[in-house]
Design a protein around this ligand. Structure first.
Ligand code: SF4
Ligand code: SF4
Length: 289
């Protein structure tokens, strides 16, 4: 049975599909794993994923991003990519641990082509988990096979210099490599630039009203208000597989202001690569009674 279509609100800027939250890497600075590191997240079949995603009606400039954890760990990774309807553009956010030769055999590069100021496969470099040489080799292989791939690295205080060296090395091979600020606590200090003061890393919890610009879809197709709710197991606001589900572009009550996830509150670039965007808008911040 086909499900009724769901139209993305015009204000929405990102569609995050967490195919799985499991990951085969173990980075100290992982913000997916602030709470849970047991790699035992629920998972649904690739058929359910495509059934759910094919309900979405999005714009050409707003792709579906397959991410995780590590999205290629989903056993139906290739069939999900190959069965998402072609009017939906696809981006992939990966740690590049997958077998690139197999990927190039299973996926047609034209399926991942779209107009955007950044690559459709965003490969994150994790210096403690993969060598720069292997990372570069894998990117070059995929590029040669016709894929658009760029590298990304987090400027963690302990590995910053190495990441910047890797950026330089990538650029010598003509690979676009972009760096991101490290988010979260380091040596007792909160790092990162956040739109609302006291929203991240605070010991107090305040009430507020919060509205997102992102569709956050968890590994079992449940939809969440924000990354905080997904990672911390807070109640979902719907499920993409429910026949009656629709996206409500509204401010929602929240009493977790102070414990927001850095991903939701950081000031970053939007999908047009313009800096200054924040995923959520927050108002009416008050102390809880
Ligand atoms: S590769 Fe990404 S998701 Fe996996 S542990 Fe590292 S930061 Fe977390
Ligand atoms: S205030 Fe923070 S925790 Fe609450 S919904 Fe918004 S982003 Fe999520």
């Amino acid at each position: 049975m086909s499900l009724k279509k769901i139209y993305l609100p015009g204000r929405f800027n990102y569609i995050a599909c967490f195919l799985t939250l499991n990951c085969n890497f173990n980075c100290d600075y992982c913000i997916n794993w602030l709470e849970k590191r047991d790699n035992k997240w629920p998972q649904i079949s690739g058929q359910d994923w495509t059934h759910a995603l094919n309900r979405l009606v999005s714009r050409r400039d707003l792709p579906i991003t397959l991410q995780g954890g590590e999205p290629s760990l989903h056993p139906d990774f290739f069939s999900i990519i190959n069965n998402i309807e072609t009017q939906l553009n696809i981006d992939i956010l990966t740690n590049l641990s997958f077998d690139v030769e197999k990927f190039a055999k299973e996926v047609n590069p034209s399926r991942l082509k779209r107009e955007a100021p950044y690559s459709s496969i965003r490969a994150s470099y994790h210096s403690t988990q993969m060598s720069a040489d292997i990372f570069i080799k894998k990117i070059l292989y995929l590029q040669k096979a016709g894929f658009s791939v760029g590298g990304y690295g987090v400027l963690h205080p302990l590995t910053k210099d190495h990441v910047l060296e890797t950026k330089e090395k990538c650029e010598q091979f003509g690979i676009d490599f972009r760096v991101k600020d490290f988010l979260g606590q380091h040596e007792g200090e909160l790092k990162g630039l956040y739109k609302f003061e006291g929203s991240v890393g605070s010991t107090t919890r305040l009430k507020c009203k919060c509205r997102t610009t992102e569709l956050i879809i968890g590994p079992d197709c449940k939809v969440y208000r924000c990354h905080h709710d997904l990672y911390k197991g807070f109640p979902h606001i719907g499920n993409l597989l429910e026949p009656e589900f629709d996206i409500e572009d509204i401010f929602r009550d929240c009493d977790q202001y102070g414990d927001c996830n850095p991903c939701d509150l950081k000031i970053k670039t939007n999908r047009f690569q313009k800096f200054g965007h924040c995923s959520v808008d927050i108002k009416d911040i008050v102390k809880a009674n």
